[in-house]
Design a protein around this ligand. Structure first.
Ligand SMILES: Nc1ncnc2c1ncn2[C@@H]1O[C@H](COP(=O)(O)OP(=O)(O)OP(=O)(O)O)[C@@H](O)[C@H]1O
Ligand SMILES: [Mg+2]
Length: 262
């Protein structure tokens, strides 16, 4: 996780620089009961989520967005799955050994998420930062849903989460994803290929089947939570230009595409 503290965004605006974006405060809410003792009105920052499969280009886009936002004078904080100081190492070990049941693994991820929410995301939003999340509860829910877990149980579990100000799902067809993953790391990941589901003994075939199930489930959740689907098969520049445009609208307080609590 990287924390960047730069000059105050509002200072640039006072200098009359039109390129500096000053985020407009808009109401925040939790999906469910949320965390106790949080004053939502004090959360003046913005929570922007970038979702998408392995190789969809999340890291590429987030790096560019952070650079752009920081150059505009914003504080940014990057968070992501399995990055909590509390349990990330233990979670990695548990996954490598494939020793946990689906429910316990799910709760382990939820713990990792809750720790980051409480100790990183909320304090940064209180300080007026722009938090960029590399994946959020949607990926966690989709992974569990394709493994047959109960949707109401998951919705209840993630009722602690804050509804983001924007969610961008970078959509790429599985057959393109596989090419990108191979180009980047010359191997497919056991979990991202859904090998635990026993769809196929062939990892390549399993990846295609698993990622297409993931995409179908993401689309279903999209209808419920109203996040933005971005065509991420275009060039990096085109995708980035669209993301910037949409984030500019969010910073300006435009609520027309805001995700819902479902
Ligand atoms: N729009 C694009 N067109 C073509 N290639 C791309 C595009 N975006 C990213 N890539 C390439 O695809 C590969 C995966 O990109 P990246 O690492 O950003 O994805 P990711 O979603 O963060 O993946 P991971 O899940 O492994 O973290 C990289 O080699 C990257 O250069
Ligand atoms: Mg990445």
């Amino acid at each position: 996780m990287k924390r960047t503290t730069k000059h105050n965004a509002r200072r640039g605006s006072a200098n009359g620089d039109p390129s500096v974006l000053v985020p407009k405060v808009t109401p925040k809410r939790f999906f469910g009961l949320g965390l106790p003792g949080v004053d939502l009105e004090k959360l003046s920052g913005k929570l922007v989520v970038v979702e998408g499969a392995d190789g969809s280009g999340r890291s590429t886009q987030i790096a560019r967005l952070v650079q752009w936002l920081e150059a505009s004078g914003h504080h940014t904080l990057q968070v992501g799955l399995k990055r909590s100081s509390l349990v990330s190492e233990e979670l990695e070990t548990a996954q490598q050994g494939n020793i946990l049941s689906r429910t316990t693994l799910s709760l382990f991820y939820a713990t990792d998420f809750a720790d980051q929410l409480e100790n990183n995301i909320l304090p940064a939003l209180r300080a007026g930062s722009i938090v960029i999340a590399d994946r959020y509860i949607y990926t966690l829910m989709v992974r569990d849903l394709v493994r047959g877990m109960d949707e109401d149980w998951l919705r209840n579990l993630y009722g602690i989460a804050l509804v983001p100000d924007a969610v961008f799902y970078l959509e790429v067809r599985p057959e393109i994803l596989v090419q990108r993953v191979f180009a980047k790391q010359q191997a497919l990941d056991y979990w991202e290929s859904g090998m635990d589901l026993g769809l196929s003994r062939d990892m390549f075939d399993s990846f295609l089947q698993y990622q297409s199930r993931m995409r179908d489930t993401f689309r279903r959740l999209q209808r419920r939570y109203g996040f933005d689907i971005i065509d991420a098969e275009r060039s990096m520049d085109e995708v980035n230009a669209e993301l910037r445009q949409r984030i500019e609208n969010v910073l300006a307080g435009d609520l027309s595409r805001q995700p819902t609590a479902g």
